[in-house]
Design a protein around this ligand. Structure first.
Ligand code: MHF
Ligand code: KIV
Ligand code: MG
Length: 269
């Protein structure tokens, strides 16, 4: 655990695991630049995710597929530079982890140049996850709605509504934990399924559209600030509605996650 001049301790993966054990919810938001990184860190947000959602909210694409490793390194570095306490996770973008060797080369760039403390990848790529962990790279899994597979899935839809698919997601979650992942994002799955997975795993789960029983919550920053283009997904909430500044909105989100007031049933499936 690194110690800064002001005595503020930077969070590590062990701290996040301890939060799950003690029942303290983990707050996470996406971040893409230094100014928001510093603001979110100041507001107490535990985890900053440099998400490939930046392809949509920063670059204006209609999916995350055009995002490159170079884009992720650039935004990750901007965020990592400015934060003091928050844990930094960066997405491996589309088609950047097809083999263990390719995943290692790209994860190494995200960490060594981008300043990421952990990399996140979509799907049950057990061989890739195991290899990265073996090389000393912390990995966050991601199950449920996989935006990099939008063309295969046929849209941004809730996953795991049918029993057979739900059982597959549970099995994949257990394999991801066994492969050595330290965290797992669950996106757009029924709240009851996410609750079951969160209970079965010893690693923390971070939900987005996955109900209140996940060990933590994440939202795309610009959705909760209500400045995204297009319609906000049902699972997000406009925290600017009752706030007089961006920092106040972020603090309200942090408190709402910590107290399990967010997400409510209207944000869940
Ligand atoms: N601004 C933004 N916010 C996000 O949460 C987000 C991104 N971009 N880009 C990458 C993915 C795409 N995501 C999305 C996008 C749309 C829905 C959506 O409209 N879902 C429907 C549910 C449909 C159903 O019931 O199956 C909804 O009404 O919420 C969900 C996730 C989540 N991620
Ligand atoms: C929404 C989160 C989980 C993400 O992967 C992203 O922002 O890219
Ligand atoms: Mg992503």
């Amino acid at each position: 655990m690194s110690l800064y001049a002001d005595g503020l301790k930077a969070l590590t993966i062990s701290d996040l695991a301890a939060m799950k054990r003690s029942g303290e919810k983990i707050s996470c938001l996406t971040a893409y630049d230094a100014s928001f990184s510093a603001l979110l860190d100041r507001a107490g947000i535990d985890v900053l995710l440099i998400g490939d959602s930046l392809g949509m909210v920063i670059q204006g694409h209609s999916s995350t597929l055009p995002v490159t490793v170079g884009d992720m390194v650039y935004h990750s570095r901007n965020v990592a530079m400015a934060r003091k306490r928050a844990f930094v996770i960066t997405d491996l973008p589309f088609a950047s982890y097809a083999t263990p060797e390719q995943a290692l080369a790209n994860a190494a760039s995200l960490m060594a140049v981008g300043g990421a403390q952990m990399v996140k990848l979509e799907g049950a790529k057990i061989d890739v996850i195991g290899f990265l962990v073996e090389q000393g790279i912390p990995v966050c899994g991601h199950l449920g709605l996989l935006p990099q597979s939008v063309n295969r899935l046929g849209g941004y839809k809730v996953q795991g509504r049918e029993e057979q698919q739900a059982r597959q997601i549970v099995a994949d979650a257990e394999k991801i934990e066994q492969a050595g992942a330290g965290l797992l994002v669950l996106e757009c799955v029924p709240a009851q399924l996410a609750a079951e997975i969160s209970q079965r795993l010893s690693i923390p789960t971070i939900g987005i559209g996955a109900g209140v029983d996940c060990d933590g919550q994440v939202l795309v920053l610009y959705d909760m600030l209500n400045i995204s283009t297009g319609k906000r997904p049902r699972f997000s909430k406009d925290f600017m509605a009752d706030a007089s500044s961006i920092e106040e909105a972020v603090r309200h989100y942090h408190q709402a996650v910590k107290s399990a007031q967010f997400p409510a049933s209207e944000h869940s499936y």
